[in-house]
Write a protein that binds this ligand. Structure first.
Ligand SMILES: [Zn+2]
Ligand SMILES: [Zn+2]
Length: 347
């Protein structure tokens, strides 16, 4: 099969031939129909998470496809079923896995970092529970579910207890994850939903996803957001950027007993102390979501569909796709279509 590999010391991917994996025991081979390229992939290529990455590896953690072959112990999963693939593959036995938090399993694997991921024609998923059937949604359409939608859903679930009717919540960063978060906030809460971004095009999409107020980043952005909250401050802020600047903004606009949820991996820091935050503010990070969150993302998509625009690329074009994501020219999600590449190569 064709796979885009990250070799030691490399900062770009190389598409090579690899042996197609064969499922054993409980594992499932998925023919990858779509693999999303995420900002965290850029951080991996830049060497920011070197301690978490096994090189050589096939990156790609946002994966959807169809079940192509199953191990002898897998039951009730038909070949050809469209599925979204869970990003974290836990051991299934530790306290975190047994309570549903497979993405936090200390022995677990992560697709695209410590195990071969979705930038290939096929991915071997270690257990059938890590694939979630998509029902009437196509695998390509369901590609963003495994990271963008899952992380956004988990973040919204985390802050939902703070969001009483009429309270305000701000989403910082209205890219792929942010747009899903805005959609879920409008579907699941009665809060006033504010989006902030430095890109006018992202704010256009934020308005389409249901944001009540779309705010372009500028010097006085905190004052503008506080105006929308009648001076009370936000009950919750979800930061999908995570830079020093966005965390400072979150601290400025979060009101008494509010919550700041951090997902963005830009490496910023927030000063923690009585002077730097409103009284009794809660700080939390969000690390992907649980397996049951992914099931819920798929279930919600059946009734409250958010059509995420996809910019698609062949596998052979993956470095071009990465450059486009880096330059900020992609609206919606950048998705590699490995099976399309296979057909192009063999035709
Ligand atoms: Zn991701
Ligand atoms: Zn575990």
């Amino acid at each position: 099969m064709r796979a885009a590999r990250l070799f030691p010391n490399a900062t770009t991917l190389e598409v090579i031939d690899l042996t197609t994996p064969v499922p054993t025991n409980d594992s499932v081979r998925v023919a990858v129909m779509g693999a999303g390229i995420c900002h965290s992939d850029l951080h991996v290529l830049d060497g920011q998470f070197e301690h978490l990455v096994r090189r050589p590896v096939t990156p790609g953690h946002e994966i959807a496809g169809v079940v192509d072959a199953v191990g002898p112990d897998v039951q009730g999963l038909d070949i050809g079923t469209p599925v979204a693939v869970m990003v974290g593959w836990g051991c299934g036995r530790c306290q975190w896995c047994l309570t549903g938090y497979e993405q936090l399993c200390p022995q677990g694997l992560e697709a695209g970092s410590t195990a071969d991921g979705g930038f290939a024609e096929y991915v071997l998923v270690p257990h059938a529970r890590h694939v979630v059937p998509l029902g009437n949604i196509s695998a390509v359409e369901g590609t963003p579910f495994g990271c963008a939608a899952l992380c956004a859903y988990a973040a919204v679930q985390r802050v939902l207890p703070w969001l009483t009717a009429g309270s305000a919540v701000t989403v910082v960063g209205a890219g792929g994850l942010g747009q899903y978060a805005l959609h879920y906030l409008r579907s699941l809460s009665d809060a006033i939903v504010i989006a902030v971004d430095q890109r006018p095009s992202a704010l256009t999409r934020a308005a389409e996803a249901g944001a009540h107020h779309c705010v372009l980043s500028h010097e006085q952005v905190a004052a503008e957001i506080l105006d929308y909250t009648a001076g009370e401050g936000c009950r919750a802020v979800i930061d999908f950027v995570g830079s020093d600047q966005t965390l400072a903004l979150a601290a400025q606009i979060t009101g008494t007993r509010g919550v700041i949820a951090l997902l963005g991996l830009s490496g910023g820091h927030l000063s923690y102390g009585f002077e730097s935050l409103a009284p009794e503010v809660t700080l939390t990070t969000v690390v992907a979501g649980t397996l049951s969150d992914l099931h819920e993302v798929v279930r919600l998509a059946q009734t409250h569909r958010l059509t995420m625009p996809l910019t698609t690329y062949s596998l052979e074009d993956i470095n071009h796709a990465i450059d486009d994501l880096r330059s900020g020219t992609i609206s919606g999600r950048a998705v590699v279509l490995p099976q399309l590449a296979a057909r192009t190569v063999t035709s």
